[in-house]
Design a protein around this ligand. Structure first.
Ligand SMILES: [Zn+2]
Length: 240
């Protein structure tokens, strides 16, 4: 693992760009065929993101696909700088909210009416696959935090990019306006059936103990139901 203070190379050609609160992290996978960015962060995260790309000698137009893990503003605000060049991909339940700026769910409101609307070019379904040659990414629909939440599973090294679905230690994010605790427990239970070596969340640190994280996440979600919401959750609701 090599790193500077903003960029960490987790595996050959897989990079973690550390997002400053409230922005989510972004992950770059340099594929043999296509370059994929997972989450773009908040709008004002863009200049930092651009710096990270330049450090790796990449231009914004070198990103071929941007995958949004879900429909929250802190994961997709900078999409607008990529959407003229890259295909923007999100689960169809997220796409329906992003494309109409459903701010009750996305918490996203464009600051300038002249800004072009956010687009989603690829409306993803469960098990959609991106074959990048050196890496292969599978979409796993994991509703719960929101209805359009997905995790991205990388096959060759068994890595899981989780957005806000699963954090290190199993800390819960809040259950969003389009989300459901029941869906959440079911989604994590399905993830538990996979072999996962490393967990790459949208906020906080990465984790090398996904099994334990998933167990804790389910326990926390059940406690949330039992205690009528009185359980500590991590919230990323501050609107930029
Ligand atoms: Zn979220």
């Amino acid at each position: 693992m090599s790193e500077n203070n903003q960029i960490t190379e987790l595996h050959p050609n897989i990079f973690w760009f550390n997002g400053e609160d409230p922005s989510s992290h972004s992950y770059l996978i340099r594929g043999d065929y296509k370059n994929v960015l997972i989450d773009s962060g908040v709008d004002r995260n863009f200049s930092k993101l651009q710096e990270c790309l330049l450090t790796l000698r990449l231009k914004v137009s070198d990103i071929d696909i941007v995958i949004n893990t879900h429909e929250h503003f802190d994961h997709l605000g900078a999409n607008r700088y990529f959407q003229d060049y890259a295909l923007i991909a999100a689960h169809r339940f997220a796409a329906t909210k992003i494309t109409v700026e459903d701010r009750y769910v996305t918490m996203y409101k464009s600051g300038d009416l002249n800004e072009p609307p956010l687009r989603v070019h690829l409306w993803l379904e469960n098990r959609f696959r991106f074959d990048l040659g050196n890496y292969s990414l599978e979409v796993v629909h994991t509703p719960g935090h929101t209805s359009g939440s997905i995790c991205i599973y990388e096959f060759t090294r068994k890595l899981l990019f989780t957005g806000d679905t699963l954090f290190a230690g199993g800390t819960l994010s809040y259950i969003g306006e389009s989300g459901s605790v029941g869906d959440y427990i079911n989604s994590i239970s399905l993830l538990e059936t996979r072999k996962i070596n490393e967990l790459y969340p949208g906020h906080g640190g990465i984790s090398l103990s996904p099994e334990e994280d998933m167990k804790n996440a389910i326990m926390n979600a059940k406690a949330l139901l039992k205690n009528d919401g009185q359980v500590e959750v991590t919230s990323f609701r501050e609107v930029s």
